[in-house]
Design a protein around this ligand. Structure first.
Ligand SMILES: Cc1ncc(C[n+]2csc(CCOP(=O)(O)OP(=O)(O)O)c2C)c(N)n1
Length: 342
């Protein structure tokens, strides 16, 4: 099966997507991209103030991928997200309050303040538990897709992950199983050029989409900084999966414009690459598109930004009002409480 390629930049697909989306849906995608950006800017500021108890990761520059991909899912579909996918979780219904409570280590988070990072579970049926072990969220999502098929549900599972995932054994097992069983699975890869400090050419030989087409699944590459291109590719893949057409792989090309975490200055990345990535900022690009296409006025853009900032303020204040965990609770939830069997 040859790679079902979308032209570099995904302009044609993006234009098609824009035509099918109502202005309200475009504005909704913009709102989630703004929320991810502003919430992460706030958490980075809190990190440098010493208020964050763990490591600080962001999906800065990945907003188009997280929001574009998740927006293509139906109301019953599920996704296995990772550390650059805050926007996807928000689209799928995670309250922003949980994001702040988890980073601030407060009991209001689903981890009850015992995880100062992004490993938040218990977020309802649409968001699969964050699997920190790189590669492992692909077989988890493939298993969810298999469960949907076995139960006769017309649901689709999605996994989002970095290109570093393609160098793991778990990725191969999950992708292969999905291709062989033609599972309703959509693999969304954010190729941000580096897996921590390893450049993509040292992780995977050859174009990613060609490799994935050889697994026996549909594969394409899109501009990951263009939310409409990501949405168009994801929407086609979700529709195909739901109709029994099997799994798809979407390479979303982008650039990691910060370190792996805030503890990393990314000194191993050529500055020109980072600067070029920042020039292609997905939030600014979508904002410009919405203005030029007459979807939003400058006043509406400003209002959207103020509303998103107010949501961020509210979520942070809610988390700060939540107490830190009681040390007596340390072992709660670690081991099985009560007998799970009769
Ligand atoms: C199996 C495994 N090895 C190492 C790590 C530590 N680790 C977390 S993220 C990461 C880099 C992953 O690269 P990529 O998926 O390309 O995403 P990036 O974080 O570079 O954007 C590493 C090595 C891990 N979580 N799991």
């Amino acid at each position: 099966m040859g790679a079902d390629r979308i032209a570099e930049g995904g302009e044609v697909a993006a234009a098609g997507a824009a035509a099918t989306l109502a202005p309200g849906e475009l504005a909704r995608m913009y709102r989630y991209m703004l929320l991810q950006r502003l919430a992460e800017e706030r958490v980075v500021a809190l990190y440098y103030q010493g208020a964050i108890v763990g490591a600080c990761f962001t999906g800065w520059g990945h907003e188009a991928i997280a929001v574009g991909a998740a927006s293509a899912l139906g109301p019953e579909d599920a996704a296995a997200t990772l550390h650059r996918d805050l926007g996807a979780r928000l689209v799928l219904g995670m309250p922003l309050r949980y994001y702040f409570a988890n980073f601030l280590g407060r009991v209001g988070s689903p981890t009850r303040g015992r995880e100062g990072n992004l490993h938040i579970g218990g977020l309802g049926p649409r968001i699969l538990l964050h699997t920190d072990y790189i590669g492992a969220n692909v077989p988890v999502a493939a298993g969810a897709a298999l469960g949907f098929v076995v139960r006769g549900e017309r649901r689709v599972a999605m996994a989002l992950f970095g290109e570093g995932t393609l160098a793991t054994g778990e990725f191969h097992e999950g992708a292969n199983l999905a291709a062989v069983l033609r599972l309703p699975l959509v693999l969304v890869c954010w190729n941000n050029q580096f897996a921590y400090s390893t450049p993509v050419a040292r992780e995977v030989a050859g174009p990613l989409a060609e490799r994935m087409a050889a697994y026996g699944m549909h594969a394409c590459a899109v501009d990951g900084n263009d939310v409409l291109a990501v949405y168009a590719a994801a929407r086609a893949a979700v529709d195909r999966a739901r109709e029994g057409g099997g799994p798809s792989f979407i390479e979303c090309r982008t650039m990691r414009v910060r370190g792996h975490s805030e503890a990393d200055d990314a000194s191993y990345v050529p500055r020109a690459l980072i600067e070029e990535g920042r020039r292609r900022d997905p939030v600014a690009r979508f904002e410009q598109y919405l203005l030029e296409a007459g979807v939003l006025t400058a006043g509406q853009v400003e209002a959207a930004r103020e509303a998103a900032l107010a949501e961020v303020d509210e979520a942070q204040a809610w988390a700060e009002a939540s107490p830190p965990p009681d040390p007596a609770e340390l072992e709660r939830g670690v081991y099985c409480e009560g007998a799970p069997w009769p």
